[in-house]
Each structure stands twice: as structure tokens, then as C-alpha cells.
Design a protein. Structure first.
Length: 382
């Protein structure tokens, strides 16, 4: 496939993705939504059978910067189209926040192999840090957003010793215990609102209150539009950073640690350093995402950051494909939107998540978008 044809494929696929997203979000009847899902699955199966899917993936991989730009533009168009729809904008904002958090988990587990079953806890640390700081009037909202990530990184230091001294299922048990203890701590501590939670003041930047409706000349819209635009920009920055880490010598060292710690140590790679780096980096991203989510939600409680939510983040990573940032974005969209659109499965959403994970493990263990084999060049080892 020549260059011009690959660019055309990228443009066409981005347009198709945008149209499908708009149509799916507009649908309200569950029968129609089910029809869209079945139709999309059948179309994808036909594309795979005819080899079209592989050509699209190849074109996107050859022109990833163009594809990323097209996806960003498509997201802006999507936000503008739903500018006065509170529900759809909140869903999109939730997808953005969850994607940032799971990208942090991807650095930990997908790149370095550090198991973390307490992702929602660090997400909650960021949310509660921002809420408490803003309620006390100690710092401006942007500083609270940054400090939410810093606090999550500092709290993660408590787990560094047991995480570094254990591996496999023992490391998983350590993070699971922390997730459960964190939730109990929030429920019994009245200074954090107890089980009732706390109200979180809205975000503001350069004197603009994100909690007020949008009025840009003749354009009016929901207050969620400001949140979504800001989170989208932050997501783009995080996405670029995580991808650059993956492609750099840092990513090469993390891959080596994940694949074989003994061999990595024999070649002089500091195992502890890279595990600490990945764990801290991931927790900071989760904390910052949690701070934004808390300010967008305006009210948080321990019920927002349970162990089940940690399993949700892990399920998203497994569904999308560990180590694949694009897979994280796709899987987050599926896991957030599907239960909201199909209300009859809302009470069984965790059962649905478990079933999806089991099916993926059995039939597609590498995820919906498997991470491609890394090709080491002279630039990686320079």
C-alpha cells in the first residue's frame, strides 16, 4: 500500500470512528443500541476475514502522528456536537479520566510488569487530596490538581518496600490489601466525610470557573464542555509522554525488567530503580486523573474508589491489550459506555466485566489491540 493510500485509509477510518461514536451516543433505545453493537461486530469480523483490518492497522502504525492528530480533531468535533448534552459530555469526560488512570497502570503492569490491584485507591487519593485542599482554601484549583498526583506518588511510597520484596501473586495480595484498607480508612474517618463523602469545589483556570455554563459569543453549552476540553488536552500530553517513554531507552529497560528480571540484572539493569520509577509514575498519573474526576463530579465518596473499581481499571488494561496505549483508549470507551447505554445490565456490570476478561483470556489473551513486537534500533540503546 503506497503512502497516499495509507493516508486516505487513516482519514476514512477516523471519520468512520467519529460517525459511529456520534450515532452510538445519540441512540437511546436499547434494541437500536444492540443492533449497532451487532452490526459493528459483524463489520469488524468481515474486515478481519477480508484482510482489511490488518491493512488499517498497518496504515495507522505507519502514520501514527497523523492518526493521533485525526483522533484529537475527531474528539474536538464530538465535544462540539454534544456541547449542550450534559449526559454525553459527562460520559466522554469519564472516559478521558479513566484512560489517563489506566495509562498509568499501563506503565506499571504493561511496560514493567509491576502488579497493582489498587489503581482506584491512588485515583481516590488524588480526588480526596484535591477536595480537601480546595475545601480548606489552601491552594488554587490548578495546584490542587498537581498536588493530587504528587500525593498519590507519595502514598505509593508506602507500598514500595512490600511491592519490591514480593512478586507474582504475593505482590498482588499486597496491593489488594492496600485497596481494601484505603476504602475502610475513608469510611471510618469523619475528617474525610466518612461514608457520606465530601463536596469538591469546581475547577477554575485563569479566572474561568469550569462550574458555569459555557457562553462563547453565540455558542452556548454545558459546563462539562470546559472540563472535557481541559482533560482532553491533558490526556493528549499524557498519551504523548507515555508513548515516548515506551519508545525510549527507558521503555527498553522496563521491557527487559518485565520479561526477565534475572537476565536484566545480569546485563546491569537496575531492577529496583525501574520498578520504583514505573510504580511512582503510574501512581502520579492516577492521582492527577482522580483530582480532575473529583472536580468534574463535584462530590466524591468512598463508593467511588472501591476495590471493584480497581478491578475495572485492570479489566480495561487486559481488554485493550497490555502495553498498547491505543487499546487502553478503545477498551475504556467500551467499559464505560456499554453499561450506561444498556441499563438492564447496569446491576450486572461487574459480572459483564468478569465475563469479558475471561473471554479475552481464553480467545484473545493479548487483548483487542495487541502490542506489536518491539524492534530495537541503535537509537534505543544509544
Amino acid at each position: 500500500m503506497d503512502r497516499s493510500r495509507e493516508i486516505f485509509v487513516c482519514l476514512l477510518s477516523a471519520m468512520a470512528l467519529l460517525v459511529f461514536s456520534v450515532v452510538f451516543l445519540l441512540a437511546e433505545d436499547e434494541t437500536v443500541i444492540g443492533s449497532y453493537m451487532v452490526g459493528g461486530a459483524v463489520l469488524l469480523w468481515i474486515m478481519v476475514r477480508m484482510g482489511v483490518y490488518e491493512k488499517v492497522i498497518t496504515a495507522v502504525s505507519h502514520h501514527e502522528r497523523l492518526w493521533a492528530s485525526l483522533v484529537f480533531i475527531a474528539a474536538l468535533i464530538l465535544l462540539f456536537f454534544f456541547r449542550d448534552n450534559h449526559y454525553c459530555l459527562f460520559l466522554v469526560g469519564t472516559i478521558f479520566c479513566y484512560t489517563i488512570a489506566v495509562l498509568g497502570l499501563n506503565v506499571q503492569l504493561g511496560y514493567t510488569g509491576v502488579i497493582n490491584f489498587s489503581a482506584a485507591s491512588f485515583f481516590g487519593v488524588g480526588g480526596y487530596t484535591a477536595g480537601m485542599l480546595l475545601n480548606q482554601g489552601l491552594v488554587p484549583p490548578f495546584a490542587a490538581f498537581i498536588l493530587g498526583g504528587v500525593m498519590a506518588g507519595l502514598v505509593g511510597c508506602v507500598l514500595l518496600l512490600p511491592v519490591l520484596r514480593t512478586s507474582g501473586h504475593y505482590s498482588a495480595l499486597v496491593t489488594m490489601a492496600f485497596a481494601l484498607l484505603f476504602n475502610v480508612f475513608l469510611e471510618v474517618n469523619e475528617s474525610f466525610g466518612g461514608p457520606q463523602g465530601i463536596a469538591v469545589p469546581s475547577f477554575s483556570l485563569f479566572g474561568v470557573d469550569f462550574g458555569s455554563d459555557v457562553e462563547w459569543g453565540s455558542i452556548t453549552g454545558s459546563f462539562y464542555l470546559r472540563y472535557d476540553l481541559f482533560i482532553l488536552v491533558f490526556l493528549a500530553i499524557v498519551f504523548i509522554m507515555v508513548r515516548r517513554v515506551e519508545r525510549s531507552w527507558m521503555g527498553l529497560a522496563m521491557d527487559a525488567v518485565r520479561l526477565d528480571e534475572t537476565a536484566s540484572a545480569c546485563f546491569g539493569i537496575n531492577i529496583v530503580r525501574w520498578k520504583v520509577t514505573a510504580f511512582t509514575m503510574g501512581n502520579v498519573l492516577m492521582g492527577m486523573a482522580g483530582a480532575l474526576y473529583a472536580m468534574m463530579l463535584a462530590y466524591i465518596s468512598p463508593a467511588n474508589f472501591t476495590f471493584s473499581d480497581s478491578l475495572l481499571f485492570l479489566s480495561i488494561l487486559l481488554l485493550g491489550g497490555m502495553g498498547n496505549c491505543w487499546g487502553v483508549l478503545l477498551a475504556t470507551s467500551i467499559m464505560v459506555v456499554l453499561p450506561e447505554k444498556l441499563q438492564f445490565i447496569q446491576e450486572y456490570r461487574y459480572l459483564l466485566y468478569s465475563l469479558l476478561v475471561l473471554l479475552m483470556i481464553v480467545y484473545r489473551p493479548m487483548g483487542l489491540l495487541p502490542r506489536r513486537t518491539r524492534v530495537v534500533t541503535s537509537e534505543d540503546v544509544a
